[in-house]
Design a protein around this ligand. Sequence first.
Ligand code: PGA
Length: 221
Amino acid sequence: MNENTPLVIANLKANKTWDEISTWLDVVAHYAEDFPGTLVLSPAFPFLSAASQKIKANGFKIKLASQDVSRFEQGAYTGEVAASQIKDLCQFAIIGHSERRQNFAESDEILSQKVLNAQNATIIPIFCVQDQSTPIAEGVEIVAYEPTFAIGSGNPDTPENAKAQAKEIKKRGAYTVIYGGSVSGQNAKSFVEKDLIDGILVATNSLDPQNFIRIIEAVSD
Ligand code: PGA
């Protein structure tokens, strides 16, 4: 991966209006200035365009990720968003989040198609796995280890286990591995370790920008 680490991603899921996202960007951008790694905001599809314009206009050191891409390249697929349509709006795409696997029945085959479409659009997939044995689609460079029990539960994995899982995942390929699941300002630092866990994926504690700033600060040194 060419990005600087730690890689810290805020996944807003289906939360926040544009006004709230705009304020979030203003607050977090100030702290992004001196952040040594890479900060990524992942808002819902409708806000990628406005967020991208705002980031460019202000020179904010924040990148964008979509929360998904269509498995279809383009065409008659009502409601879908093709990777080729957002290629100028975001650098990354979260693919295979367990909420998509569970609620939208995304199979390994579908996820492989999504990864391929993202890559064809020069969008870097952030591929979520639930444990060290989850299949990883071909061509993926960034893997997010996100055990389902830890997501939104306030019950994170132990740093020891997360590191053991990251180690196993790295044996399977030259992946950048990040951890996600109930990351907070208190525990963020315990997960990130050079050459093992290269960053974090945060949802609940990214919604309040002040909580997210605590996380950024915790992993800054
Ligand atoms: P959480 O979710 O931070 O709310 O646990 C993580 C995620 O779903 O990516």
